[in-house]
Structures are given as structure tokens and as C-alpha cells.
Design a binder for this molecule. Structure first.
Ligand SMILES: Cc1ncc(COP(=O)(O)O)c(C=O)c1O
Length: 385
């Protein structure tokens, strides 16, 4: 008889709020503005490159670090967009989505007792990965309306056990894009206290109103201590392909590879060939891609203005937060359930993304990576609340 079926490291793991809300959404046949991915197809012009790779026999295991041409294409993007020199030979790891890059990085670098500073509301897999690795999360709160943080709070959260600051920029769920000044504060804190920075930048190409995306690795003295993670799934709207990457110094890349080789080992080969082709066309592709999402953000903001929900305008990602109206005495969780059951629209209450403050109690997350009619109908249903 097995005494205990599962390892204690999964003790605190609950069903994610996304799964809970999606189940409710299906049960009540609601419009889903909660689910965080596009309900339309991604960049179709990439498909032929994937088929061509398959037909020309590129179907066996890729090298563990990823095919060289994809790593070289990513290095070129860093040079062109961020003036950052990255060596494709030993500073890039291709992973099964950003999710695996996060898992491999955190498990390679964090050990029991290490503290990791996160900005809340957090992206939930960041927290889960830290807990699986035995690390201790510490929180710094991003405050509405602009989701700024207090530099003093950040400094006071650092202890002699702190190993890493985990950043998500542009930020899911608030749509915040960190300014150069804010990144400077985080970078100074990391350098002063000799900390690593893990920067999840999966929405790097989704910034609006000419807001620049600045990788924290591009700040003086930061490249050596930063691991930057991104996702071709977000950049090319093909989340189901699950091709992500981690960019870090040779030493940190070696550590990440140590976990990566025993988890996925290698990522699907034809998809990597297709993405290497896609990055070559990034410059042509980006203007329409950004314009599409900016138009969807503006549509959602315009529709929300007709309701009692107050939106916080996002400058990046495909998410926004709204404040719930004070009309039924509800907090966010009850409001979200009422919205699905009575108004037939699904949102995500972000309360469980907060580890310290209760600032999520009056907020809901909406995703605008949806067809225009879905946005109009979904927000129309919120108007009935
Ligand atoms: C902030 C953030 N990081 C990582 C991911 C996961 O990316 P991938 O699909 O490439 O694993 C997501 C997906 O929603 C995300 O929002």
C-alpha cells in the first residue's frame, strides 16, 4: 500500500482560476472574455513554412538548445530592436512555450529557502514554479490606476535570502508596461543586492500608443544577471504551437539547459523551422499585428465606457483590468460568478494573483484578444449587471 500518493510539493496546488471560470463559461454558455488567448487564427503565412519543413524531412529531434537558425533569428531580433548582443551559440534555449522556459529557469536557479520577489497581481505559473522549486515568494504590490509600485516597498522586501526578482513586462493581468525609470529602480535594486532578474516578456511586441518595450536586460550592467523569456506563441498569435525561449548568459543558459534536457529535451522541429522563417519577416508583420490589437483594446474601452465597470487603460499585453461597480455589495469573485450565471459573460477575478494585499477584491481581468463581435456582445452583457 502506497502511504502517500503524491509529493508534498504539490500540496498547495489548486485548480487554476482560468480552468474554474472556463468550466462555468461552458456550463452557462457564456461569452468568454476570461480565457487569455485569441479566439481567431494567428499568422497564416507561417503555415507553409511548417508544412515545407515537414515535407523536406525535418521531423526528427532538434538539438536540445533548439535549431541554430531559430536561435540566430532571435539573436538578430535582440540586436535590431533592443541593441542587445546575444550569442546564439550559448545564450539562447528554445523551450516548449514560455511556460517551460519559466519552469526550467526557476527550477535551475531557485532552491529551498531562496526568496523570490514578485510584483502582484502575479501571473499564476510564476508562483507555482517558485513553490515547486521550494522557493519562498515575496510580494510587492502594483497599485491601480497605473499599477505603479513603491520603490521603498521593493527595497524593504529584499532580505539576505532574496535570490531573484521576477518581472513580467508587459504585464498580465494589468496591461502595465514598465517605464525606463521603473526598470532603473528594479535594476539598481538587483545590482545593489546582487540579485538575478527573471523577466517574462512574452508580450514584448504588444505595446500601444507608441509605448516602447524596454527589456530590463538592456539597462547598464543588467545583461549578465537577467534571464529574459519570450514566446513565439504570443508574437505570432499561435499559442498552440508552444515555442518559447530563454535568453541568458552562457553560465545561466547552461543551468537552464540542465533542467530543460530532462523535461522536454527538444521542441518540435518543423515548428522551429517555421518560426525561424517567421522572425525573418517580423518587421513587415509587426505594424498590422500591433494595430489589430490596439484597435481591439480601443473597442473594448469604448464598449466598457457604456457600462458601470471602470476600465484601467492598458499600454501593453492583451489584458485589461476593470473595477467592479458598487451596486450589489459584491466583491470580484461574487461579481464574476454573477456575470457568468446571470449576464452570460465570463471574466477572471484576479484575487488569487495577490499574495499580500487585498487590492484585487474589486477588480476583474478581461482579455481583448477576441473577435470584435465577441468583444461587443461580451461587454454588452456586462452592461446588464
Ligand atoms: C505572462 C505570461 N507568461 C507566460 C505565458 C505562457 O506562454 P506560452 O504559451 O508560450 O507557454 C503566458 C500565457 O498566457 C503569459 O501571459
Amino acid at each position: 500500500m502506497i502511504k502517500k500518493l503524491y509529493a508534498s510539493r504539490i500540496d498547495g496546488m489548486k485548480e487554476s482560476i482560468f480552468s474554474t471560470m472556463s468550466k462555468l463559461n461552458n456550463e452557462y454558455k457564456a461569452i468568454n472574455l476570461g480565457q487569455g488567448f485569441p479566439d481567431f487564427d494567428g499568422a497564416k503565412w507561417i503555415f507553409d513554412a511548417a508544412c515545407e519543413a515537414m515535407k523536406s524531412g525535418k521531423n526528427q529531434y532538434a538539438p536540445a538548445a533548439g535549431i541554430y537558425s531559430l536561435r540566430a533569428a532571435i539573436a538578430k531580433v535582440y540586436e535590431q530592436y533592443y541593441d542587445l548582443h546575444v550569442n546564439p551559440a550559448d545564450e539562447i534555449t528554445i523551450t516548449a512555450g514560455a511556460t517551460e522556459a519559466l519552469y526550467s529557469t526557476i527550477n535551475a536557479l531557485i532552491e529551498p529557502g531562496d526568496e523570490v520577489i514578485l510584483f502582484e497581481p502575479v501571473y499564476d505559473s510564476h508562483l507555482a514554479d517558485i513553490l515547486v522549486a521550494g522557493g519562498t515568494p515575496k510580494f510587492v504590490t502594483l497599485h491601480a490606476p497605473d499599477f505603479s509600485f513603491d520603490a521603498k516597498e521593493l527595497e524593504e522586501t529584499v532580505t539576505n535570502r532574496t535570490k531573484m526578482i521576477l518581472l513580467n513586462n508587459p504585464h498580465n493581468p494589468t496591461g502595465k508596461v514598465y517605464s525606463r525609470d521603473e526598470l532603473g529602480i528594479i535594476a539598481d535594486c538587483a545590482k545593489r543586492n546582487n540579485l538575478l532578474v527573471l523577466s517574462d516578456e512574452v508580450y514584448e511586441f504588444l505595446t500601444f500608443d507608441s509605448t516602447p518595450h524596454i527589456p530590463i536586460a538592456s539597462l547598464p550592467g543588467m545583461k549578465e544577471r537577467t534571464i529574459t523569456i519570450s514566446s513565439t506563441g504570443k508574437t505570432f498569435g499561435l499559442t498552440g504551437w508552444k515555442i518559447g525561449y530563454a535568453v541568458a548568459s552562457p553560465e545561466l543558459t547552461h543551468a537552464i539547459m540542465s533542467i530543460h534536457q530532462w523535461t522536454t529535451f527538444a521542441v518540435n522541429t518543423p515548428g522551429q523551422h517555421a518560426m525561424s522563417y517567421a522572425f525573418g519577416k517580423l518587421e513587415e508583420y509587426l505594424p498590422d499585428f500591433k494595430a489589430l490589437y490596439e484597435q481591439k483594446r480601443d473597442l473594448m474601452l469604448a464598449e466598457l465606457a457604456k457600462t458601470k465597470f471602470k476600465a484601467f487603460k492598458p499600454l501593453g499585453s492583451y489584458f485589461m483590468m476593470v473595477e467592479i461597480p458598487d451596486i450589489h455589495g459584491h466583491e470580484a469573485q461574487e461579481c464574476a460568478i454573477d456575470l457568468v450565471k446571470r449576464c452570460k459573460v465570463t471574466t477572471v477575478p484576479p484575487e488569487m494573483f495577490y499574495g499580500k494585499s487585498n487590492e484585487g477584491k474589486r477588480l476583474l481581468r478581461l482579455c481583448f484578444a477576441k473577435q470584435d463581435q465577441t468583444i461587443i456582445d461580451g461587454i454588452g452583457n456586462m452592461g446588464k449587471y
